[in-house]
Design a protein around this ligand. Structure first.
Ligand code: PRX
Length: 650
């Protein structure tokens, strides 16, 4: 069957920033031929206190990159203050609360006042440029104020997704060396209360280094406050002026750290700097979503992840957009929630993850059709491969065949979108992220690290260009940065993903090929989950793999060998205890879907766990296990298959 090609909608192309393939190619060629000129022009769209002297400099051996060197700017000024003159009364943020139908509009002027007050509070508590500040907050406006307040005074924020457990939060606070933590008394999500302050208290037990905890009030509940350390944010901001000067940050000064999972148990603090990141986030937001002034833009991600950083806060606000911050879930109180917001707020651009779309689609089209959605123009997808069926559903049902669908591929490390269609230019294929953004040169590389030329090839996805939004290092461990991304395929940045370039040069991301899995769009390292499991006294050994799941995309399957003294315990009891164990160590979202308790794991004679076999069994693929004669105990495979059939009923 020839591949489906969805042409660009003429109504979208007519007014788009990039209105044809010829225009896309022209700009792409320019970005390749003279990247410095190309990016310097883009950087002009920001406001600089002092212009750069060098557009780009790199030491490839040391893996050190710098953009707009010598330039000075402030990310908060660019996202807030510079808009006051022309659009001070325009809404900057619309907060959509957990409670359906409750919205709060925050103008750019309000935003400036609120951000300045929080910035002054931080200063009063001793925060200075370069200091790290941990933000562990629900999706409330104070989270945006806190991030921008840090940017204003040159502090480096480290936002930790509010679904992480006390232990995970503690590790991140210690690694970043933060003295100040911002949180809320409680969070509300899908009508459920999340006891954030309690989690922070547990994370900080016995820790002397955190001297200040600022607590936003989301619910009326009182929480224990430790005298001298804990302060209500609302009391603190009340005393502050609504103005606060900004630091003139160097373009390469850090803007934030964001922890993400890799193939070892220890999360990595990915570090982004100020100038290049902001240029890239703003430009991609404008072009990929074809954003135009006046648009209502709704990215349904959580600000605790990179999507929220780049495409709820920094990109849209740098462009003077009205950006929606959504506190709840796509299915609360029912699966029509997104479209209700779309109608209530007249949303033009909508961006979410395939997992949310799958959950909604499963509930039936009536949840979508109940709402008009006539304001929608561009629909984005991010976080995991979008299966063609759900792509078509997004296009046909949600977008009524009139909206552009953009499947955007990128990562925490890339800072912004790298492979994507442009709404007015790129004909799309369901399931393909299509073509590289300006300045991006993807490579498909074979096992030996040789780039595969031409079309119709698949292998590891690497990048062979520098772009301003790329991460500069891992906080406190540049060596690990080099090792993780630049050694496997020397000379190239290795993404960890596999991909295919089809006959038309379109890219199809096939998913992670390292030990990372994307569960409901959340990125997790299998090693992280394994180390959480083996920390339980009952567990002798654990191996974690991903398997295909209808809603989550990939779900977690844990093979566990219990210590002798636990072998006779009830399986159900142990499975519950081990799921709880992972929830405690990482967060509920990381708890395995399946805990398969078994007597031993399949290993080679040299003791290496055969993950390939474990992945196959978890996916109920019993054929084509490959050569199992090298196993120390070949009969283990048969036993695992039988146990899996019993567990899954397949
Ligand atoms: O495997 C890819 C997948 O998400 C990974 C990056 O995860 P994270 O750093 O948490 O950032 C997620 C949001 C940008 C990638 O290595 N991924 C992201 N977008 C896509 C995707 N896989 C396929 N298609 C996408 N559009």
């Amino acid at each position: 069957m020839p591949e489906e090609l969805y042409p660009v909608k003429p109504e979208i192309a007519r007014v788009a920033h990039v209105g044809s393939m010829e225009e896309y190619r022209r700009l792409y060629d320019l970005s390749m031929a003279d990247p410095e000129r190309f990016w310097a022009e883009q950087a002009e769209t920001l406001t600089w206190f002092h212009k750069w002297s060098t557009v780009f400099d790199a030491d490839y051996e040391e893996v050190d990159f710098g953009w707009f060197l010598g330039g000075r700017l402030n990310a908060c000024f660019n996202c807030v203050d510079r808009h006051l003159k022309d659009r001070g009364n325009q809404t900057a943020i619309i907060w959509a609360a957990d409670e359906p139908g409750v919205y709060k509009h925050i103008t750019y002027r309000d935003l400036k006042h609120n951000v300045s007050r929080v910035a002054n509070v931080l200063k009063e508590h001793g925060v200075k440029a370069g200091d790290r500040v941990c933000i562990y907050m629900p999706m409330i406006p104070e989270l945006a104020y806190a991030m921008l307040a840090c940017a204003r005074i040159g502090a480096v924020h480290s936002v930790v997704f509010a679904g992480f457990s006390a232990e995970a939060l503690r590790d991140r606070i210690v690694d970043a060396g933060t003295k100040v933590v911002l949180t809320a008394n409680e969070g509300l999500r899908g009508g459920k209360v999340i006891h954030l302050k309690r989690i922070v208290d547990r994370a900080l037990e016995g820790m002397q280094t955190v001297t200040t905890v600022l607590v936003a009030r989301r619910t009326p509940s009182e929480v224990p406050m430790q005298a001298g350390r804990d302060h209500w944010l609302e009391d603190e901001v009340k005393r502050q002026r609504s103005t606060c000067t900004f630091e003139w940050m160097g373009a390469e000064d850090p803007l934030f750290i964001l922890y993400t999972s890799g193939s070892t148990g220890k999360p990595k603090g990915v570090l982004h700097t100020t100038g290049g990141y902001l240029v890239y986030a703003a430009m991609t937001h404008k072009y990929v979503f074809d954003f135009r002034p006046g648009d209502i833009y709704f990215c349904a991600a959580d600000a605790g992840w990179i999507t929220g950083h780049s495409y709820i806060i920094y990109g849209p606000l740098a462009n003077g957009a009205t950006t929606v911050m959504f506190e709840s879930t796509p299915v609360y109180p029912d699966p029509g929630r997104y479209w209700r917001i779309v109608d209530d707020l007249k949303v033009n651009i909508f961006y979410t993850a395939p997992t949310a779309l799958r959950a909604i689609a499963q509930a039936g089209d009536s949840w979508v059709k109940e709402y008009k959605r006539s304001s929608l123009r561009v629909l984005g997808s991010v976080g995991e491969p979008i299966n063609p069926e759900i792509w078509r559903w997004y296009h046909d049902v949600v977008g009524e065949k009139r909206c552009a669908v953009v499947d955007t591929w990128w990562q925490t490390e890339t800072g912004g979108i790298l492979i994507t269609p442009l709404p007015g230019a790129t004909p799309t294929k369901p399931g393909s992220a299509t073509l590289p953004f300006f300045g991006v040169k993807p490579l498909i590389v074979d096992h030996e690290g040789k780039p595969l030329e031409g079309n119709g090839v698949s292998g590891a996805l690497c990048l062979n260009s520098a772009w301003p939004g790329q991460a500069r290092t891992i906080h406190g461990d540049h060596h690990r940065f080099k090792e993780t991304y630049f050694t496997q395929y020397p000379g190239y940045y290795f993404t960890g993903d596999g991909a295919r370039r089809d006959e038309d040069g379109y890219y199809w991301i096939t998913g992670r090929i390292d030990d990372v899995i994307n569960v409901s769009g959340h990125r997790l390292g299998t090693a992280e989950i394994e180390s959480a499991l083996v920390a339980h006294e009952a567990v002798a050994e654990a191996a974690v793999v991903g398997y295909p799941h209808e809603v989550k995309g990939t779900a977690i399957y844990a093979y566990v060998v219990l210590g002798a003294e636990y072998a006779c315990r009830s399986r159900q009891e142990m499975q519950g205890a081990l799921k709880e164990q992972v929830s405690q160590a990482i967060g509920r979202f990381a708890a395995p879907e399946v805990i398969h308790i078994t007597a031993s794991l399949p290993k080679t004679r040299s003791g290496k766990i055969m993950r390939r076999i474990l992945r196959k069994i978890a996916a109920s693929e019993y054929e084509g296990m490959g050569d199992i004669t090298t196993l120390a105990e070949p009969e283990a495979v048969e036993r695992l298959v039988k146990e899996h059939r019993d567990l899954s009923g397949r």
